[in-house]
Design a protein around this ligand. Structure first.
Ligand code: GDP
Length: 191
């Protein structure tokens, strides 16, 4: 299906009309969110990888054919971002999560090699509070030896505790492992 970039939006009145189901993508900076989106839609450079943290970042809306919107949310957890900027990103995302009526689930990218951050936990708890489904994705699985991936998946699941809903999908942008399972989960919530 054809994927097209629609627009960047900072405010609600700039979002495209909520006329079809929508899936958002979130994650700490460098978690592999852009690579995940690019792999899912078979495009090498659709979502920009590792963009500069100092830049103000928007919600980026994409259309997948005429049946689905995908939204790339700004990454969080940059070390050298002023508190004020951090807060404005948070407000923008919070506002989006709270008000977007057609949002069906948020795909959360988590680096399989790292322990979840407080930002990851915060986001999961907010999603839960808003009654939004989450599709947790453990990225960069190719960077671990085969036998280690299921152990890391269990450790991360434990660390996220009750904030987590649903089993994480083990994924690699390099081998494309997990891609079909993620699409299956997306179709389950978008109908
Ligand atoms: P973002 O900041 O969350 O959008 O993360 P990116 O997608 O830009 O990825 C951050 C870095 O990790 C980049 O250097 C990617 O090439 C690398 N990366 C992302 N996903 C994978 C993966 O599945 N396997 C490997 N080996 N590297 C990955």
């Amino acid at each position: 299906m054809e994927i097209t970039f629609l627009k960047s939006a900072f405010r609600e009145d700039h979002y495209p009309p909520p006329d079809r189901p929508e899936i958002a993508f979130a994650g700490r900076s460098n978690a592999g969110k852009s690579s995940l989106i690019n792999t899912l839609v078979n495009r090498r450079k659709l979502a920009k990888t590792s963009s500069a943290p100092g830049r103000t970042r928007a919600l980026n809306f994409f259309a997948l054919g005429d049946r689905l919107y995908l939204v790339d949310l700004p990454g969080y957890g940059f070390a050298r971002v002023p508190e004020e900027v951090r807060r404005s990103w948070q407000d923008m995302v919070e506002n989006y999560l709270r008000k977007r009526p057609n949002l069906k689930a948020v795909v959360l990218a988590l680096d399989i090699r790292r322990d979840p951050s407080s930002g990851d936990l915060d986001l999961l708890n907010r999603l839960k509070a808003h009654g939004l489904g989450t599709i947790p994705v453990l990225t960069k699985a190719d960077k671990l030896p085969r036998g280690r991936t299921s152990r890391r998946a269990a450790e991360i699941t434990l660390a996220l505790g009750s904030a987590l809903e649903g089993k994480p999908v083990v994924f690699s942008a390099k081998t494309r492992e997990g891609k079909e399972e993620i699409w299956q989960r997306i179709y389950e919530v978008t109908g």
